[in-house]
Design a protein around this ligand. Sequence first.
Ligand code: CA
Ligand code: CA
Length: 265
Amino acid sequence: MRLVILTGVALICLSCGTTAQAQCPLDHFLIGCNPDGIEGTEDDWILFADVSQKYRHSGPTEYVEWFYPLQKSIFSSYGYRIGEPGFDAFQRTTANAPHTYDPNRALTGEPGLDYAVIVECIAVSEGLRAVHKEYPQFTIAGAGESFDHSSIYALRGDGHMHLSYQAVDGENLHWITYRLYDERGLYEPSEPFTIVFNVEPLAGDLLVDGVVGLADLAALSHHWLRPDAARRNDFWERADTNRDGVVNLLDFAHMARNWRGPAGK
Ligand SMILES: [Ca+2]
Ligand SMILES: [Ca+2]
């Protein structure tokens, strides 16, 4: 049933006009710069992805789960799938597209000319892939693989794009981690951001791989006492384990409980 619903919304989305695509019912990550939204601060030229919609369609009501459940499809290869989240970009010209309109976070200049934002996969679980079914078609299935969002933006005159996430099973933890960088060098790279599928990772498994270890502790220290954990940054990429807005000793305790993985592992 869910596959049918998602296929339906995908068709609705494909039929949207450029300005109406901001109303696309599928989840999208918004590419932008200046994450604090305040001009004249040190993050003005740093890329980021606003992930406010991450896991919006994770259950019967919005934001029920902290992962996307993959649904059995009609395809035998990589048979478990979901058609979101896609990517889009903040823009400064169409004020009646409130989801993407944010002049303070929109990139400056022309995509593909002044900047070239590359979406690079830096980690992906075995048996998961991201597929762009529309032109130009591509598949991301390994660390180091990437696509040029700005060239797609320039090609279509629109940064709105969809991805299909496909896995070989619908039970095990799967993940993909991206970062953004500007091939032209105008903007500085983003921090990594991860999408997880099928099950929620252990609390404290911040560099998601199913085990809580030293790399996760380093990630926690990076976010330590950082304020403003919120949906738009996925609660600092899950460092705020209890989603109370701050990364502190409580979150460390949750991580420590899972240290070196679940009992017996
Ligand atoms: Ca880990
Ligand atoms: Ca917390």
